[in-house]
Ligand binder design. Structure first.
Ligand code: B12
Length: 211
């Protein structure tokens, strides 16, 4: 059976077949899907992040790693989703305008669903107006926004400001996240809360809806 480290290494090397085989082997052996994600897939992606920043990896290689991550997540998804049946609340979740990073957002969606939330994933590069449209259409309990770039973080504030302008701010709770986002930033833009990872995000959402 592969170790978590083997899986992380396969993500780092962008080897899609190997990632698929190893995730499947870990699932078959009864390994906790949350551990496969955290200790294998995310651990690998964290190393990719460090190397990318240092200039040791380039965008095409990172995209290969992202593909591996995506396929791995797709394999564990059904296991996570089957854990809960009753909806604890509805979340509209998206990556903000001009930001195309979706791995973290997808993970948050997956863990929230496994925690019993109905998640409406509005995708990437979501303009404030599109978030508002989704709020009007779905009447969620919570709006979740993800940003991975310092340049796109202000779009979170723009979205909250538009919620206020449209008279919708009191109807939803707002949670924000993504690597550059902090609690201080979240507070400064008027979000209800911030979480550094998908599991904390899900726990905080339960608190926000009183579940
Ligand atoms: C993968 C990646 C890419 C991929 C994205 C593929 C995809 N489908 O997502 C590609 C190659 C396309 C890419 C492109 C770019 N990237 Co990039 N990318 C990354 C990288 C290496 C990993 C991000 C990731 O997926 N991490 C793994 C996931 C699981 O972690 P996460 O996203 O942080 O999510 C967790 C938490 O943050 C939290 N969370 C996330 N979202 C939310 C939402 C809510 C509501 C909550 C509560 C919590 C939460 O929970 C998640 C799970 O625990 C990071 C490095 C890093 N350290 O973050 C750079 C990084 C984010 N990228 C960076 C840059 C500069 C770029 C580009 C501008 C590069 C370029 N010159 O073209 C472009 C911008 C494209 C765009 N317009 O968005 C910089 C940003 C610098 C900055 N401070 O702004 C980083 C930090 C790399 C670096 N150090 O230089 N990138």
């Amino acid at each position: 059976m592969p170790t978590f480290n083997d899986l992380a290494q396969s993500v780092i090397s962008g080897n899609l077949d190997q990632v698929t085989d190893q995730v499947q082997a870990l699932i078959s052996s009864g390994t906790d899907p949350v551990e496969i994600v955290n200790q294998g897939l995310i651990a690998g992606m964290n190393v990719v992040g460090v190397r990318f920043k240092a200039g040791d990896m380039y965008v095409p290689e990172v995209l290969m790693c992202a593909r591996c991550m995506h396929s791995g997540l797709e394999l564990v998804k059904p296991l996570l989703a089957s854990k809960n049946i009753h909806s604890k609340g509805k979340v509209v979740l998206g990556t903000v305008k001009a930001d195309l990073h979706d791995i973290g957002k997808n993970l948050v969606a997956m863990i929230m669903r496994s925690g019993g939330f109905e998640v409406i994933d509005v995708g990437i590069d979501v303009a404030p107006e599109k978030f508002i449209e989704a709020v009007k259409e779905h009447s969620p309990d919570i709006v979740g926004m993800s940003a991975l770039l310092t340049t796109t973080m202000p779009a979170m504030k723009d979205t909250i400001d538009l919620l206020i302008k449209e008279g919708l701010r009191d109807k939803v709770k707002v949670i924000v996240g993504g690597a550059p986002v902090t609690q201080t930033f979240a507070t400064s833009i008027g979000a209800d809360t911030y979480a550094a990872d998908a599991i904390t995000a899900t726990d905080l959402c339960k608190e926000l809806v009183g579940a």
